[in-house]
Design a protein around this ligand. Structure first.
Ligand SMILES: *Cc1c(COP(=O)(O)O)cnc(C)c1O
Ligand SMILES: *[C@@H]1O[C@H](CO)[C@@H](O)[C@H](O)[C@H]1NC(C)=O
Length: 502
């Protein structure tokens, strides 16, 4: 955080609006001013916040625009195709300005298309048309190595050595590839610990892995539940469960960021606790990849996998990734094999004598799909202009701003006593979450969702209670967040009017 004196400089406004000049950090103070549980803010700062901020200024569009001006990363929005109101389906044209940008806060589900990707894709089509099969080994991106062209960039995003990374398959396929190699149950240690409400695909994958070993799901799968009445799994409870039952656990497999609650798990602590009890610890980083900085190597994670089409912006079904700790680089554990598991130097001798590649490369099965690798490369081109540390800094402000506005209009202290309301399910502590906030409604989310979509908002609904909202550091700005909350208020007003009529 910058020094206090830099945070508050009360200068006359040039735009004519009476918004005090402040650093983006003020978003924290806004939270504090509203009486939120914002950790680590000394009382003195809160007092200064109250002196300088007029309440209505905090809610103004001008503040959002001011915060955009201060944003060092604002140019990154231009690296993407950002959908317009006019092109989104299901928009009620009488309710929106068609020229405007839509309110796209769904990058946790499908990230936007980087402009670089279309250029690189066109280059591959041209190359295919012109040189055909020679494209495997010739050209700027030899197709036979197109996954390897992604390794440095992807390794940086997850904090790993490139040799610990493979860019391959889809996410759930990688869950199976990794579990086939790492799940070696014994009579005394056969359990897999996951979070309750794990993503369905992970849940089914683990169930099937247990059954494939001839074991019973009831005996071998443990789904750790939050405390009664709570949505979030407390780290202390996870750690004490591992401490107590770790001896019978083969693998602990959690998501990095929980897709439903938005909770960012404490990967390093949970991994260490698992290791202390002799468990392997793997992570599904679907919602963490390119969202928050990761240090898989330093945290000593055993294995991990992720998809790349969420924050990683590679398009639906994009190429997934896998991490296998260096510790396992030379072990030749049984796994699913294919010709791409074989070392390149001898692969094409094709004598059917496997010369297993080392590291994560030895977990590859098929030759890599160039069209999918292109999308990874396009995204990495954007990432060359920034890094996850500075994106994270922005993200904390952007999501904090969303939190402030939601609390203001819907929280316990909001001016209006609402029949339809929502509360934030995601942890309040920014170190325990990524971009996403999960809004838990007391009302049918399908109706809320329908009203939002009509007004050009892209978010998603997850039954039973939640609408997920993800301002993404890469391309969203404070105005998107501001507009979202204005629209949400309007939708809820409409729904309440309907209720009154009934
Ligand atoms: C998005 C997501 C998936 C999707 O799996 P695919 O194999 O890419 O279809 C799986 N698990 C989690 C935790 C996810 O968030
Ligand atoms: C911020 O987003 C709004 C749409 O919500 C857009 O009109 C505006 O151009 C964006 N500002 C910047 C600086 O990108």
């Amino acid at each position: 955080m910058p020094a206090m004196k830099d945070v508050f400089r009360h200068e006359p406004s040039t735009s004519g609006c009476d918004v005090p000049t402040c650093d983006i950090v003020s978003v924290y103070l806004i939270g504090a001013y509203e009486g939120l549980a914002v950790a680590a803010i000394p009382t003195s700062i809160i007092v200064i916040g109250i002196i300088y901020f007029r309440h209505d200024a905090l809610l103004s569009q001008e503040l959002a625009e001011y915060l955009n001006d201060q944003d060092k990363l604002k140019h990154l929005r231009n690296e993407f195709f950002y959908p317009k109101m006019a092109t989104l389906p299901h928009v009620d044209k009488s309710l929106v300005n068609l020229e405007e940008d839509s309110v796209y806060l769904c990058g946790n589900s499908l990230g936007l298309l980087p402009k670089a990707t279309t250029r690189i894709m066109d280059e591959q089509f041209k190359k295919w048309a012109e040189i055909g099969v020679f494209g495997h080994l010739d050209g700027e991106i030899p197709w036979a190595f197109c996954d390897e062209c992604c390794l440095d960039g992807v390794a940086k995003l997850v904090g790993a050595h490139p040799s610990e990374i493979a860019v391959m398959n889809g996410l759930t396929v990688n869950v199976h590839v990794l579990f086939t190699a790492f799940y070696k149950p014994t009579p005394s240690r056969h359990k897999i610990l996951i979070e309750s409400k794990a993503f369905p695909s992970d849940h089914y994958a683990i169930e099937s892995q247990i059954r494939l070993k001839g074991l019973k799901v009831e005996d071998s799968m443990i789904c750790l539940e939050p405390r009664q009445g709570e949505d979030i799994l407390r780290t202390e409870d996870i750690l004490s469960y591992i401490e107590e039952h770790g001896d019978s656990i083969s693998i602990i497999f959690f998501s990095g960021v929980q897709y439903y609650t938005g909770q960012l798990f404490e990967i390093e602590k949970i991994t260490a606790a698992g290791h202390a009890k002799g468990c392997l610890v793997g992570w599904d980083l679907a919602h963490a990849y390119a969202n928050v900085p990761l240090k898989l190597h330093e945290w000593d994670v055993d294995f991990a996998c992720w998809c790349s089409y969420k924050y990683g912006c590679t398009g639906a079904g994009g190429l997934a990734g896998a991490f296998v700790n260096e510790r396992f680089a030379e072990d030749k554990r049984d796994r699913m094999l294919g010709w791409w598991s074989h070392k390149y130097s001898t692969r094409f001798i094709m004598d059917n004598v496997l010369d297993l590649d080392t590291g994560a490369a030895g977990y590859r099965i098929s030759n890599p799909p160039i069209m999918l690798a292109v999308a990874v490369l396009g995204f990495l081109e954007v990432m060359e202009k920034t890094n996850l540390e500075e994106l994270r800094e922005k993200s904390i402000h952007l999501t904090g701003y969303l939190e402030f506005l939601i609390d203001h209009y819907f929280g316990a202290n909001s001016a209006k006593d609402r029949k339809v309301h929502c509360e934030i399910m995601t942890p309040r502590d920014s170190s325990q979450r990524g971009c996403q906030l999960s809004l838990k409604f007391n009302y049918d989310i399908a109706s809320v969702y329908k009203e939002l979509v009509k007004r050009g908002v892209a978010v998603d609904k997850r039954y039973p209670y939640v609408i997920r909202v993800a301002p993404v550091h890469l391309y969203n700005n404070f105005t998107d967040v501001w507009r979202f909350v204005q629209i949400l208020v309007k939708c809820v007003d409409e729904l309440e009017k309907e209720l009154d009529k009934k």
